[in-house]
Ligand binder design. Structure first.
Ligand code: NAD
Length: 352
């Protein structure tokens, strides 16, 4: 398949294939746009069925990073990496060191970070070979503690603030007392979000494919457990997707009753057109890459060495961005996703 005529090519600046015979590494790095700074984006490891599938994923994800960072007013461009391999059985130190060499060969135009299938341990292995890695070390957290490079607390905090803005805009409510929220996925972000919501007085309905995660939320947060497929049709105020992508699709759309969708998952809409259907249904959708930007903001501050207080203030800016998206969507009649894309393009052009 030609890269230049690929439907997702979208004027990428650079797409590089990497192979290391000794470790078996097969990877692609895509740099979409470096107008605002070096391209930063996670390194995903996945069992792609074909190379084309890996190419499509990396192109779409790297473009998404350009938009996410621009909208979050970060001095970063968009890029992404994928390793073609099984994240459960295909990992080795040699593989990630080879990936570190591959990242290093781009001389800092691309900075890598954790993503699905990789975490702090893999970033540390890459960091043995390149300094262009984020999320490999310990740092001060804005909640007062010290933590490793995991950005999920910042992501969860940003989602919590964004959810409040959405609730105010759509339901006219200033506080979350008694607000009914359905949380799908109780992993790093979902559980932290659920804890903050509980602290603000919300009532929780939760689901996860891992039983222990559900039990923890029931026991620690007094949440009500529901089945995986029952989470969509609940009579709640907010649906907070914090598990996987493409969960808003024609099938779930019919079941969904919540007037607000605000959660951390990436690529929540299976198809961009669904934003219009949500709008027609009267459902306010917080665009995923706007509300979940806390993670990339966190990673950026790790690189630039900003203080925990500066990081917190920047994450809090997500609330103002969402307010603007919702207001413009209402005034202009366009979907929230169309407005978010427009604002990202404006910020990108402002930086040219
Ligand atoms: P995670 O892997 O820690 O948590 C995901 C949770 O979802 C897990 O507990 C998993 O068991 C559960 N899950 C998976 N499939 C499910 C299903 N069908 N139904 C219910 N639960 C299911 O991941 P995370 O770091 O908490 O991230 C959650 C989402 O937010 C992902 O989509 C991720 O891409 C996105 N995101 C995360 C960050 C971050 O900083 N971690 C930043 C931006 C976006």
């Amino acid at each position: 398949m030609s890269v230049f005529s690929h439907v997702d090519f979208d004027h990428h600046e650079q797409v590089v294939y990497g192979h290391d015979k000794a470790s078996g590494l097969k990877a692609i790095i895509a740099i979409h746009d470096t107008t605002l700074g070096p391209a930063l984006g996670g390194c995903r490891m996945w069992r792609y069925a074909t190379d084309d599938e890996a190419l499509r994923d990396v192109l779409r994800l790297s473009r998404g990073m350009t938009y996410k960072s621009a909208l979050a007013r970060l001095p970063l461009g968009g890029g992404k990496a994928v390793i073609i391999g099984d994240p459960h059985s295909g990992k080795s130190e040699a593989l990630f060191q080879a990936m570190g060499d591959f990242v290093d060969s781009l001389g800092g135009r691309y900075i890598t970070a954790a993503d699905s299938g990789t975490g702090v341990a893999e970033m540390q292995m890459m960091a043995e070979r390149t300094r262009h890695v984020a999320g490999a070390g310990q740092r001060e957290a804005f909640d007062g503690g010290v933590r490793n490079g995991d950005p999920s607390p910042s992501t969860a905090y940003g989602v919590f603030l964004g959810l409040q803005v959405a609730v105010k805009h759509r339901l006219g409510r200033d506080d979350l007392k008694g607000l009914k929220v359905a949380v799908q996925g109780l992993g790093q972000v979902g559980f932290s979000l659920a804890r903050q919501l509980k602290g603000a007085g919300a009532e929780l309905w939760v689901t996860d494919i891992v039983e222990a995660n559900v039990r923890r939320a029931v026991e620690q947060l007094g949440a009500t457990a529901v089945g995986q497929n029952d989470i969509y049709g609940l009579d709640v105020d907010v649906f907070a997707p914090c598990a996987m992508g493409a969960i808003i699709n024609p099938h779930t759309l019919e079941a969904l009753r919540a007037p607000v969708i605000a959660g951390a998952a990436n690529n929540q809409l299976a198809d961009a057109q669904l934003a219009e259907e949500l709008q027609r249904k009267g459902c306010l959708y917080a665009p995923d890459y706007a509300i979940n930007a806390g993670g990339i903001i966190d990673v950026c501050y790790e690189r630039t060495g900003g203080s925990a207080a500066e990081l917190k203030a920047h994450v809090e800016g997500i609330a103002a961005t969402l307010e603007e998206i919702f207001r413009r969507s209402q005034v202009e009649g366009a979907t929230t996703t169309a407005i978010a894309d427009r604002m990202a393009q404006e910020r990108l052009q402002g930086g040219r």
